[in-house]
Design a protein around this ligand. Sequence first.
Ligand code: AMP
Ligand code: MG
Length: 314
Amino acid sequence: MNTLFTADPVRAATFVTDGKLVVFPTETVYGLGAHAFDEKAVEQVYQAKKRPTSNPLIVHIGTLTDVLHIAREVAPLAKLLMNAFFPGPLTLILPRHPSLPGIVSGGLDTVAVRMPALPLAIKFLNAACIPVVAPSANLSGCPSATTWQSAAEDLNHRVHCILCGPPSTLGLESTVVDCTSELPMLLRPGAISEEQLRTVIPEFSTTPPDEFRSPGMRYNHYAPNAKIRLIENPNDVHPNNSSGYIGLLPPPLISQFKMCRVLADKNDYSHSLFEFFRDCDRSGIKTIYCQKVDQAGIGRALMDRLIRAAKSTK
Ligand code: AMP
Ligand code: MG
């Protein structure tokens, strides 16, 4: 299929309303969107990114009240989290509305909901006038796309339209919180930190999520073609013409790496990580050394992605 590239959110919205696939920007990563109530369109999302249909999708809304069309009910604690963090990089798991197709949620009776903060994403969603399912706009298992060019690298000719917006400012996916039981449970660390969540909801379930509650845990994620080596100390590296380095401290013999990124802080590191992985693959690098970070704030999500990328190495 031919892919249309546009900067016009209203034009892009006509495709999604029509049951077609549209890549669009958000502040976390780019999303691969389809009409949430059109089963055929949702099926195509799984096919386009080669995602197993048992790994459910996040439904994106442009207006808070749209949550009532996709969730059966919104518990008081979910309302608190929505008031504090919507629009923004937080996804809530709620009971699924009976009229929302089961394929959206991989057959679960729950649904994941997020309202992105990026104004261009909101314009697109509100012009579409429907809730839009959107997993990250990358081939399953690969690093998420944080620019439209990276999304096009994976999905050109597999989607009908790409809404070309700015690079994602956060660069890591949303935090996922399950609100379907008495105590909320953190299913995926993300751009909203646990410390931020606790300012609103002091008590979280301490049981670690299992793969029934959080199906995403079953699958490989975020892996470039290069091997990922996690290191504590920037001296533990072998710089050469086929290795890369990313971290907060400069490694020795920095000029001998084929590619190197030294970031000012954990936010910059998070913002740069997936694009750096893709740049390394583009230049044929075989090994990427990634400096570990502490788990405070965004550090928890960043370490989660680094560990999964290292485990998923192809
Ligand atoms: P991605 O599409 O790459 O942003 O990933 C979406 C994440 O949300 C995956 O980890 C999914 O497993 C998770 N998710 C989506 N819907 C649900 C749900 N109903 N219950 C639990 N996790 C979900
Ligand atoms: Mg993803």
